[in-house]
Design a protein around this ligand. Structure first.
Ligand SMILES: [Zn+2]
Length: 281
């Protein structure tokens, strides 16, 4: 080998090792970029329902494990108009609850219920729908629960929630029944056979409602099916829940997981704070 050739080989070796070092440094830089997002970086919200399409107050979960406090009273409760000719819905039962006389719901929920009822009144062959129960205070629920226990030899049969666990305390839950059930002493799952109830199960999401206690979700809700109990969550959330055959418990779990994931990916915790719900037990 000539002296010139040896020199060229040596130069090539130096160049090759320099390139390897440079490539290595580049790898380190890429890793650092992934681990430490730049200032102003915000992770994407990938959950199917956008944050701005959910009102944190309307997706509140109330059940045995997510108890509402004794002093939780929803904002903007309004008396539901009871004259269908003036855009209301007929009442049955007594809405007396402390100082409140009649049935009350949060304003958006009351409006959605009246809108839905106005449409149902126009459908041929449908019975008149009645509002049987709406907002219930903690103390009214407490009295109802105690009375149910007394009737049932002290056993909780799953028909009346204990205080704090009732969807009715949110001011977004309401019991809506067809006329012939106003004549019966109680309500049960057979109401599902009524065409009005089947229509509600198909269309309630168009007004922002979900069926709160579906027949196939007792393992999550721990409540017997109630074809009459509608719960207002707003149209985008209701559409997502009903189209995917979920109950509110499953939706809440999905949403909380999406929030954890968003924060883990570097999302801004302040943007999702209002949507966080934690079990009380
Ligand atoms: Zn109910």
């Amino acid at each position: 080998m000539s002296k010139g050739l040896k020199r060229i080989l040596a130069l090539l070796l130096i160049l090759a090792s320099f390139c390897a070092v440079a490539a290595g440094e580049e790898d380190v830089e890429i890793e650092e970029l992934v681990l430490e997002p730049e200032e102003g970086f915000d992770a994407l919200w990938t959950f199917p329902v956008a944050l701005e399409d959910m009102n944190p107050e309307y997706i509140i979960l109330a059940n045995k494990h997510y108890l509402l406090s004794q002093d939780y009273v929803p904002a903007d409760l309004v008396k539901v108009p009871s004259d269908p000719k003036k855009g209301g819905i007929k009442w049955t039962g007594s809405g007396t609850d402390g100082k409140l006389k009649g049935w009350y719901l949060r304003a958006d929920c009351a409006q959605a219920l009246c809108d839905m009822n106005a449409v149902m009144r126009e459908i041929d062959g449908f019975q008149t729908m009645y509002l049987k129960s709406a907002y219930r205070s903690w103390s009214k629920q407490n009295t109802m629960y105690k009375n149910r226990l007394k009737k049932n030899n002290g056993k909780d049969d799953g028909w009346v929630s204990k205080a704090g666990a009732s969807d009715h305390q949110t001011g977004l839950g309401c019991d809506v029944i067809p006329y012939n059930w106003t004549k019966k002493p109680g309500m049960n799952e057979k109401m599902m056979k009524e065409k009005e109830c089947q229509w509600m199960a198909e269309h309630c999401q168009e007004y922002g409602f979900i069926i709160r206690y579906p027949a196939d979700k007792k393992e999550y809700t721990e409540i017997n099916t109630e074809p009459w109990h509608l719960r207002y969550v707003g149209i985008p959330v209701a559409t997502y829940i009903m189209e995917n055959g979920l109950c509110l418990e499953e939706f809440t779990q999905q949403l909380q997981e999406a929030i954890d994931d968003y924060i883990a990916r570097g999302g801004d915790p302040a943007k999702v704070e209002a949507y966080i719900q934690k079990p009380t037990d």
